[in-house]
Design a protein around this ligand. Structure first.
Ligand SMILES: C[S@@+](CC[C@H](N)C(=O)[O-])C[C@H]1O[C@@H](n2cnc3c(N)ncnc32)[C@H](O)[C@@H]1O
Length: 504
């Protein structure tokens, strides 16, 4: 393990940089006000030319925005004024900016980042391929991307004593953890990533423990209330050329390893959440494969598959991401060879597709852990972290509940929609769908008795009494109805469509 990681600038330099950024209003709101709605939306779309035009002036905010978010250039005098009181020489020496002909441009990506919970930070990373086209360096430090944000929005946010970010990169997950963890530890295999994370932390006045090493190895023997990771989960033959993408493990072994690490890594009641890819092999159902990872951990687990990609699309997407294939898919000899090698390996391993999604593991200490592996391709109302925490809370409730004695209520966002065909007697309903109009947005078909049962869930009578009334109305045997209804009711509670009265 390497020694202490230092930031790119000394404490005095960081304080000067912070002064410059603050003075210029280099924040999300400041940039939005500068650019106006059109160019600000262009920034979100990655249309950097529009941003450069909108920030073409010489005010410090325009110069910082042009340089650090849009890949533009400025004169030495403009950059010196924008960074003041940080001397330009210090910024050049730290690699924050670099000379380019007779102009100055960004050497790193430095941008404001915030969320709806009031977090407002600056994040330092390498410049993306949109700004510096061409193959990425092997130790490229990824900036904030769609996956980073998805993980941040899916993270449960309990107050914890200690939190861990495995593979911290630019430090985005650690920033969020700082809001609700007593201490934050962040690891990375890439020493450059740790230097940038150290700079991100110090620039935002935060103090993280930064450790270099492979996954959880640097924290062996320690336990955390929350562990998050957006790891290099990409499925391939196990050859690592880019640290942000390749774990050096074959297939989906890194994700299996992360699940296996949970029992030793989590404090009682602790959470592990990470993004992952997994193999869909010809001869093994993917959900059974993932259930196998969780079996024997003693933890509750919920895996949500968001999408799948076939081998061709998957390999070309990741080779384009690293610049090894050009945007239109054309490749030099090296890119072509890499693609062929990768696809041959997929064929040899009989991999038909790769799944992508979120894995959440909780050390409940229960003797009967719940493991659910399912697909959710519907639109989700982000952030869903709170909904994920609620799902686990409902599992705790279900484990101890006598459902028949429970009083249940429908979730406020639950809707019933029906479709009907005109028949001989008028409208004949053929499909009834219960759907949540928010959060996870689950939707499922329901039979008429379930619809009637759910409609009667107003929290006033125990489920057993509701079932007795329904049995009489539909002339079915009460015990048979209860046997059929209990798993359905359990499932509706799990999905948050029905809630224990008092919890709504
Ligand atoms: C996809 S990036 C994610 C960065 C950031 N946490 C985020 O959410 O955007 C993966 C990070 O894991 C790091 N990494 C790669 N292999 C690792 C390993 N074996 N152990 C720890 N970190 C690793 C990479 O250097 C990179 O910073």
């Amino acid at each position: 393990m390497a020694g202490v990681t230092t930031a790119l600038l000394a404490p005095d330099g960081l304080s000067r940089l912070r002064t410059a950024l603050t003075r210029a209003s280099y924040s999300r709101d400041g940039i939005a006000a500068l650019l106006g709605p059109g160019a600000f939306a262009a920034l979100g779309r990655g249309d950097l030319a529009t941003v450069r035009i909108a920030a073409a002036g010489d005010s410090p905010l325009e110069v910082l925005t042009r340089l650090f978010t849009a890949g533009g250039r400025a004169t030495e005098k403009e950059v010196a004024a924008a960074l003041d009181p940080l001397p330009l020489g210090d910024a050049l020496a730290a690699g924050l900016v670099e000379r380019h002909g007779d102009a100055v441009r960004a050497g790193l990506d430095l941008r404001p980042y915030g969320d709806d919970t009031g977090g407002s930070w600056w994040v330092l990373s390498d410049l993306g391929a949109d700004v510096r086209p061409g193959p990425l360096r092997a130790d490229h430090v990824l900036g904030i991307g769609g996956a980073s944000v998805m993980l941040a929005q899916s993270t449960v946010r309990p107050k914890v004593d200690a939190a861990l970010d495995l593979g911290t990169g630019c430090g985005i997950q650690a920033l969020h953890l700082s809001q609700h963890a007593g201490s934050v530890t962040a690891t990375d295999l890439n020493a450059r990533a740790l230097r940038l994370a150290a700079t991100t932390a110090a620039l935002n006045g935060l103090d993280w423990e930064l450790l270099e090493g492979d996954l959880a190895a640097p924290v062996a023997g320690r336990r955390f209330g929350l562990v998050v990771s957006n790891p290099p989960f990409v499925v391939g033959p196990g050859r690592a050329t880019h640290s942000y993408r390749d774990s050096g493990r074959p297939g989906d072994a890194i994700s299996a390893e992360l699940v296996a690490s949970a029992p030793a890594l989590l404090a009682e009641g602790g959470w592990l959440q990470f993004l992952a890819n997994w193999v869909h092999a010809e001869d093994e159902p993917w959900d059974e494969r993932l259930a196998g990872w969780l079996a024997g951990t003693g933890c509750d687990g919920w895996v949500i598959q968001r999408e799948t990609l076939g081998p061709d699309e998957y390999v070309s997407m990741w080779l384009r991401d690293s610049g090894e294939l050009s945007g239109n898919g054309s490749a030099g000899d090296a890119g072509q060879a890499r693609m062929a090698e990768w696809l041959d390996w997929f064929a040899a391993e009989r991999i038909e597709a790769v799944g992508f999604g979120l894995v959440t593991v909780r050390a409940t200490g229960s003797a009967s852990p719940v493991v659910r592996i399912e697909e959710a391709r519907q639109h989700l109302d982000q952030p869903i972290g709170g909904h994920i925490a609620d799902w686990f809370a409902r599992q705790d409730w279900l484990r101890g509940a006598d459902l028949l004695a429970a009083r249940l209520v429908t979730a406020p966002e639950l809707r019933l929609s029906q479709s009907a065909e005109r028949g001989a007697e008028g409208w004949e309903v053929d499909t009834q769908v219960l759907a949540l109009d928010g959060g996870m947005r689950w939707a499922q078909e329901a039979d008429p008795i379930t619809v009637a049962l759910v409609g009667g869930c107003d929290g006033r009578v125990p489920l057993a009494d509701q079932l007795a009334l329904l049995a009489a109305a539909h002339e079915v045997h009460p015990a048979a109805l209860a046997t059929a209804a209990l798993p359905i009711v359990g499932h509706l509670v799990e999905r948050g469509m029905l809630l224990p009265a008092g919890a709504a």
